[in-house]
Design a protein around this ligand. Sequence first.
Ligand code: ADP
Length: 603
Amino acid sequence: MSIFWKQFISSFLIIFLILFLFTFLVIGELKDYDKSLTKERLLTAATLVSEILEPSIDNGNPTEIQRLVSELGQKTGVRITVIGENGTVLGDSTRNPAEMDNHWDRPEVKEAIANDLGESSRYSETLQREMLYVAIPYRAYGNQVRAVIRTSLPLSFLQSSIHPVETKVIYLGGILAVVALLLSMALSKTLSSSLRGIINTSEELAKGNLDISIPVTNGKSEISKISTALNRMAQKLNELFKQLSKEKNQLEAVLSAMSEGVMVVSHEGRVIIINSALKKMFNLKDDPTRKQYWEILRNRELTKLVESVLEKWMPDSREIFYLYPDEKHYFVNVIPLDSPDKEVIVVMFDITDFKRLEKIKADFIANVSHELRTPLTAIKGYTETLEEEAYESPEDQKHFVRIIKRHTDRLINLVSDLLVLSEVESRDSLSKENSANDFEEININELIKSSLDALRSKAQEKGIEVSFRADTDVCRLKANRFLLEQMFINLIDNAVKYTPENGKVEVRTSRENSHILAEISDNGIGIPKEHLPRIFERFYRVDKTRSRNLGGTGLGLSIVKHIVIMHGGKVEVQSEEGKGSKFSITLPAQGSPGGGADKYSGK
Ligand code: ADP
């Protein structure tokens, strides 16, 4: 049953019951009042009759009594009965006294004799109807009862006098009941609609719609107070949720901006929060929240780490290695969160690059030590031989000294290459502006010419023809002169080194829009395809012995690569085993492109 009907029926029933009782009581009171008025009237009539009949009773004249009684009865409309000392009816206004029986035993008569006033309402045998009787005694001298005067009216008279009033009261009650019905209907409607509003709002609040509010009409009623309180609650909740969602957004923004992988794991091992960096690290396409963390980050070490933190509730960290999907090293930090839900936060740092650099560093140190040890051991060995064994022949002595000199040259080459490399690498770690601090405007053609001059005699020794062709005059660029020259010397030196006698080496420059292209090609031994991707690595050599014998350090191309990158350019290599190699350097140029050519031969 709806609130409206419940409220309406209960309020209507209460009002109806009250009205009914009220009408009933009013009618009862009216009846009592009317009865007492009638009794009063009967008493007055009896007293009057008693006074009028006084002489007739004293004289004992029944005829006179009867005449007067009939006359007075007609005038007053009241039945009058006069009862003699022995109970004989002396006169009656409605009946013949002779036909009436002895009235001494009538209760009102007995009471009148005893108390001077008697009353009763009962069924009259004489008149065959319900009657109201009032009786008073008439006393002679000496207080002796000579007669009893009785007046009476039928009860139906009482009913007929009260009836119109009763009807009016009932009508009034009826009208009031209808008004009550309408009023309770209206009240119930107002109440039920207000309650429905509150219920609807509460339901909406429960669903999470916090922008809703109930219209408040009368500020003083309880319903209005509830509505106001509910509205205030909704407003507070709304503010709270807005604050919470703002904080959540901020947290999400921070998490998604982080390069470290972050994940919050519940005490049951379920993922509560995961940031985009971690999803990217493990290539997670679907939303992994609510899944078990070990399902998505499959790694036994990691699972052990998280489990131990969940068990001991102490922060812990470990380096973890992944083979799949890529070879990756992570530093994982697991911290218990100060929350009632017992959650832990897992932070994963990708340290793969750091590890790689560490390895490169370790390899580099091992390589340098190895490269240094070989010539030093040789020098030591030959020096000892010279010292201990007495070589008479100056030829032998010269031979050993030559070997010592060659190894010393190698050491010098190595140390100077290492110095250049360290210089270039230290510039690499500087910002672009700082590393370009000592750049000057250089004509690349002139620079190449001077590099070729430095190597001319070496090329001539091997009968190698070195040609230089500049396809453009507009070949200025901003660069570090010393390093750029070092770069060309390394490339041309390699070309000469790895080209057999009487071979050809060609250097060529040209302008391509905003860039200068420098190509160093030879028709030498070439580089096997599988070695090409690694020749720019430090100490990488296709043929170690050959390189050593030719005075190579394995650092030349690594230095070239660093210098090119430092100048904002790029280096490429094309090579075919047995046919020759071509190194192409592209560098950003100064000024606008132009034409012109000149040729240089190192031979
Ligand atoms: P190295 O001091 O040994 O020459 P580099 O770093 O300059 O070291 O070169 C690395 C390796 O690349 C060399 O050992 C050689 O095997 C190969 N290489 C470089 N330039 C040439 C070239 N022009 N022709 C053939 N092989 C070359």
